[in-house]
Design a protein around this ligand. Structure first.
Ligand code: OOG
Ligand code: NI
Length: 454
């Protein structure tokens, strides 16, 4: 950082993610219980498995474990999304990936704001999955216009937040004191409001079109709807959720338990029915907010992802309606078709790896002229570490959505990707997540080979 009076964007993100977690713990006490559970399971897992502890440490992942979480919000207009892009940029979070959730029957499309470079990810990988409502998918023109009109009347940002975003853009960052003010002002955008901005009839009409539309349109802002800590053993955490008084969803979403975890496995406790007050002083309820946990594995290449999608598709019929234990067993059988050994995942180009010189590689083995990584790995001079998946699987994990929408399955919006429109609303292109992993792998390969030749 060139200006010594400015704090880093990583520091601002770290402060913000802690403030967000504290706010959500106060708003949703079960989330605090969930954090305790995950912390305990992680501690026990690391005690039981020193090899895992050692690996996480050597891969810069142990430090971030306790602060690691993602959240999700939903906004209503292009202006809101574009301003959020500027707000998150102050914290070093940038739009990565395009997700079409209409495939899962939900009328939104999304991106994830997240840090991108290795140092930022190691410090605090805080991510916010951000969805934009697609009013054009609402069938009734009258309802569509009503929703647009309600949304046009709100400003989800405080004056202070807007000022500090501009200041950060002008200065290229914020001072320590400005950063604290920014965190406090920015947090207001994500706060829960008991008072709806509409009357009960409007809520009911929007709700009848889709629950999520009511959630986006009827409130003053895009309340954070869940925060998700990272667990090292999601099966154990899922087992213990009921003991801790949490109404967990039935099955863990994503791939089955494996020796080499891939992508993302997720489960949640279900959304709470919350009392809200409509205009005209009517009491009602709305369910929006829940808690989720996730276990992260290695990022897959396009080939790996295609194989994952294919196997998950094949498993659908076999697992339909099963409880978690049987579901996992059936899933495991189908996923026998997915190599479960790091070396094979790497050699077959199914997953991304980061190459590093081993201790032996650093001291002794240079100047051999050997350029074949497989040979160098066999010689013990180079090691390949799996690159953690930093992104999302909302469509294959549509179960999370559905269980929190009361299980209603909607086909109304099927298959309607419109990335151009999303980027237009965002005011920027989204970064391709696969390109990020590929670049990281490529740079590490070049660095290793360069060091051995030099
Ligand atoms: C977003 C759901 C996506 C995940 O973990 O896949 C998500 C939402 O419910 O708004 O958070
Ligand atoms: Ni989530």
């Amino acid at each position: 950082m060139s200006n010594p009076t400015l704090v880093s964007s990583d520091e601002i993100r770290d402060r913000f993610s802690r403030a967000m977690s504290a706010m959500y713990q106060a708003e949703v006490p079960q989330y605090e219980t969930l954090l305790e559970l995950v912390e305990k399971v992680n501690r026990e897992t690391l005690e039981r498995d020193p090899v895992l502890a050692e690996r996480l440490a050597s891969h810069d992942e142990l430090g971030r474990l306790g602060v690691e979480r993602h959240g999700a919000i939903r906004v209503g207009t292009a202006e809101e999304l574009a301003m959020l892009r500027r707000l998150f940029a102050v914290m070093g979070m940038f739009p990565v990936g395009y997700y079409d959730l209409s495939e899962a029957g939900v009328p939104v499309h999304s991106t994830a704001f997240r840090p991108i470079d290795d140092a930022a990810l190691a410090r605090n990988p805080f991510r916010i999955f951000t969805s934009l409502l697609r009013l054009e998918l609402i069938e009734s023109p009258a309802l569509r216009e009503r929703a647009a009109e309600i949304l046009s009347r709100r400003d989800i940002f405080t004056t202070g937040a807007r000022e500090l975003i501009e200041l950060a853009e002008q200065q290229g960052g914020l001072s320590n004191e400005q950063a604290d003010r920014f965190v406090a002002e920015a947090l207001e955008t994500f706060r829960w409001h008991q008072d709806a901005t509409v009357d009960m009839e409007t809520h009911a009409a929007l709700h009848a079109e889709h629950r999520l539309i009511a959630d986006v349109v009827c409130f003053r802002g895009p309340h954070i709807n869940h925060l998700t800590p990272r667990t090292l053993d999601i099966d154990e955490a899922q087992r213990r959720m009921p003991e801790m008084g949490m109404n967990s969803k039935e099955v863990i979403e994503g791939p089955p338990r494996r020796d080499c975890p891939i992508l993302l496995r997720q489960t949640s406790f279900k959304a709470l029915e919350e009392a809200i007050r409509f205009t005209g002083d009517h009491q009602g309820t709305h369910s929006a907010r829940f808690g989720e946990i996730e276990q992260r594995g290695v990022a897959l290449t396009a080939e790996g992802r295609a194989l994952y999608d294919q196997l998950l598709g094949e498993s659908r019929k076999r697992t339909a309606g099963l409880g978690n234990e049987e579901h996992q067993r059936e899933l495991g059988k189908v996923f026998a078709g997915f190599p479960d050994c790091e070396d094979e995942l790497r050699r077959r180009g199914l997953a991304f790896f980061e190459y590093r010189l081993t201790q032996a590689g650093k001291v002794g083995g240079t100047k051999g002229g050997e350029q074949d990584l497989d040979v160098l790995i066999e010689q013990g001079l180079v090691e390949a570490l799996p690159i953690t998946y930093e992104d999302f699987l909302p469509v294959s994990a549509a179960g999370i959505f559905q269980s929190n929408l009361g299980g209603e399955q909607s086909e109304a919006y099927t298959g309607n990707a419109n990335r151009d429109a999303f980027e237009q609303a965002l005011g920027a292109a989204v970064t391709d997540e696969l390109a990020l992993y590929a670049e990281r792998e490529r740079l590490s390969r070049e660095a290793v080979l360069g060091a051995l030749v030099g």
